[in-house]
Design a protein around this ligand. Structure first.
Ligand SMILES: NC(=O)c1ccc[n+]([C@@H]2O[C@H](COP(=O)([O-])OP(=O)(O)OC[C@H]3O[C@@H](n4cnc5c(N)ncnc54)[C@H](O)[C@@H]3O)[C@@H](O)[C@H]2O)c1
Length: 241
């Protein structure tokens, strides 16, 4: 059996209460990782049937991110940042408030979490960070909205910057761009929009959250020991870089 090297590692998963984050947490639990599960959905987080430290936090806010890191007892091996939001509006209808909200949750959180994670990981000269972008960063995300597309392109930029900064500290950083994945996030799409997304995908279907989670866990594992500063498209061929 392949050894991921994740047993006993302190792994922080954000957006852990739903969708890809939840599937990632389940997979890490199966690897005997020590879980820190963070989300801003109190009910779903409390109901999550997984062992580990559960931290309710709004990751778009510095004070909340600092409180989260304060609960970690000084050690972090893995950060997989799945938390994100999606607001669909055509360009003329996007408001400044919506722009700020999506950028704060998707982009600002990525910067805040990387800042905190690197400070903890550098103390033991090892760490792995996986940030979640989106195929919208590749395609322009016409249906996802301009704040979402911009935020996810920005996440890739953060991943590359932090990879340059933190690689010499022994910290690997990568970005994963999911394609259309069936989760609570995409449940707001109607049947026609889902069918259209599947039709634009050469594999002819949407993805399950566990298929994204598997790739995130591989990137965070010893199996990807020389993968650094990379952007991995997990999209069934919807966009080929
Ligand atoms: N589902 C897709 O088709 C798809 C496609 C491309 C990219 N992505 C990206 O993958 C990641 C996971 O998406 P998903 O489909 O699992 O979404 P989801 O909506 O199912 O889950 C996201 C989780 O993030 C949490 N969250 C939202 N705002 C938060 C905040 N401010 N602080 C803390 N937690 C917060 C939510 O409560 C939720 O539990 C996101 O970054 C998303 O943008 C998803």
């Amino acid at each position: 059996m392949l050894d991921t090297g994740l047993a006993g590692r302190v792994c922080l998963v954000t957006g852990a209460a739903n969708g890809i984050g939840r599937a990632t947490a389940e997979l890490l639990a199966a690897q005997d990782a020590e879980l820190v599960l963070c989300d801003n959905d109190a009910d779903a987080l409390a109901a999550l049937p997984l062992e580990g430290l559960k931290v309710l936090a709004d990751l778009s806010r510095r004070d909340e991110v600092e409180r989260l890191f304060g609960e970690l007892a000084g050690r972090l091996d893995v950060l997989i940042h799945c938390a994100g939001i999606y607001r669909i509006a055509p360009l003329p209808e996007v408001t400044d408030a919506e722009w700020d909200q999506v950028l704060d949750v998707n982009l600002r959180s990525s910067y805040l979490l990387c800042q905190g994670a690197v400070e903890l990981m550098r103390t033991h000269g090892d760490g792995r960070i996986v940030l979640f972008g989106s195929f919208a960063a590749r395609t322009g995300g016409l249906r996802a909205g301009v704040p979402y597309a911009a935020s996810k392109a920005g996440v890739e930029g953060i991943a590359r910057h932090v990879a340059q900064y933190a690689g010499p500290l022994g910290i690997r950083v990568n970005c994963l761009h999911p394609g259309f994945t069936v989760t609570p996030m995409t449940s707001i799409l109607n049947e026609a929009a889902r069918a259209e997304a599947a039709a634009r995908t050469p594999l002819g279907r949407g993805c399950g959250p566990e298929e994204q989670a598997a790739m995130a866990v591989v990137l965070a594992s010893d199996l990807a020991s020389f993968v650094h500063g990379a952007t991995l498209d997990v999209n069934g061929g919807m966009y080929m870089a």
